[in-house]
Design a protein around this ligand. Structure first.
Ligand SMILES: Cc1cc2nc3c(=O)[nH]c(=O)nc-3n(C[C@H](O)[C@H](O)[C@H](O)COP(=O)(O)OP(=O)(O)OC[C@H]3O[C@@H](n4cnc5c(N)ncnc54)[C@H](O)[C@@H]3O)c2cc1C
Length: 302
């Protein structure tokens, strides 16, 4: 059970939780396992289920989050000084277990200086990006660290974006490392026998993972791309060069927002896909923090 009703539609609630343990998945990716009795009420819908994660500021023991009825919490949170209020960031449920209640969340460690050197280069690809408070928090997180999740209390909720129509002939996924956890969740969920073509771009070849679920099953092809340091994404070129099977695809695109926009333009404009069959989400934007994106969404200029 969460703490207070956080959403008038009653789809979401706050879930206080703590870090159980962390595990390195690759040079630039870290899995954080969250636990705590409240998470028993977190009704994840699988696939690309996302949620808002609230983190303490450096020096705080827990996130400073004014709970409130309905949407009131958001205005109360925004009214707090920026350096005192909890850091709020979007993340994906990579996996969920019930006994004990636990959630796995995979963090891209951009700019944290904690990665391992890429083979042959002596430098860490994660170091070449700007850092952010969430990536920094994850890099240093240890057992017992306290957080709050704002997540679903019903499994069929608005934060699940992967919704292929029943008559899709195949699925096309394109993602960067921030959307790799969502791709993992989608492949775990896909019915056996689904034809799926998957492109995933990561900063380091050693960030490629065994994805489980449909990965490795007949009909699912996963292509791993490694982003050249300081170079634009290679996802568009890879998709352009791909020969797609006949039939009606359902495409799901997520990652850096400029790249996602280009991918969508290619699929709809150049390949003629029905725009309703292309789900796309910018997970981050080069040069802008999530706070900045939220301020823009609310019509502020700061
Ligand atoms: C629905 C949704 C689900 C998401 N799920 C995940 C997830 O499961 N795992 C995950 O790691 N991320 C995920 N993200 C992306 C994550 O929210 C952003 O990367 C976020 O900006 C990280 O916060 P931060 O505090 O580390 O950086 P911010 O303070 O937001 O940004 C600081 C700077 O870092 C840059 N930046 C942000 N992310 C990256 C990056 N990956 N590489 C290089 N530079 C970057 C920004 O452009 C900015 O210049 C998700 C986003 C959305 C919208």
């Amino acid at each position: 059970m969460g703490r207070h009703v956080a959403d008038q539609a009653q789809e979401y609630d706050f879930f206080p939780a703590h870090v159980v343990h962390t595990r390195r998945l690759g040079p630039t990716m870290l899995r954080v396992t969250f636990g705590g009795p409240a998470l028993a009420g977190f009704a994840g819908g699988g696939r690309d289920q996302s949620f808002s994660l609230f983190l303490p500021q450096p020096g705080q023991a827990e996130p400073n989050l004014p709970y409130g009825e309905g949407e009131g919490w958001f205005h109360a949170w925004r009214a707090l000084p920026e350096r005192e209020r909890a850091v709020m960031r979007s993340y994906t449920v990579r996996a969920q277990r019930t006994s004990p209640p636990e959630l796995d969340v995979d963090f891209a460690l951009h700019g944290t200086g904690t990665g391992s050197p890429a083979p042959g280069t002596g430098t860490d690809p994660a170091d070449r990006s700007p850092a952010g408070p969430a990536a920094r928090w994850a890099a240093e997180a240890g057992p017992g660290a306290r957080v709050v999740l704002l997540g679903p209390v019903v499994a069929d909720n608005r934060s699940v974006g992967f919704r292929p129509p029943a008559d899709a002939d195949f699925v096309l996924l394109a993602a960067d490392e921030t959307a790799l956890p969502a791709v993992g969740g989608i492949l775990d969920w896909l019915p056996a026998g689904t034809r799926a073509l998957v492109w995933i771009e990561v900063p380091d070849a050693a960030d490629a993972q065994e994805l489980g679920g449909a990965d490795g099953v007949d009909g699912v092809d996963v292509v791993w791309l490694v982003r050249e340091p300081g170079r634009p994404s290679g996802l568009l070129a890879a998709l352009r060069a791909a020969e797609l099977p006949a039939g009606a695809p359902y495409a799901w695109l997520a990652g850096e927002s400029g790249t996602v926009r280009e991918l969508r333009r290619h699929l709809v404009g150049e390949r003629g896909l029905d725009r309703r069959a292309v789900a796309f989400t910018g997970y981050w934007r080069r040069g802008a923090s999530e706070d900045r994106l939220r301020a823009e969404a609310y019509g502020e200029t700061s």
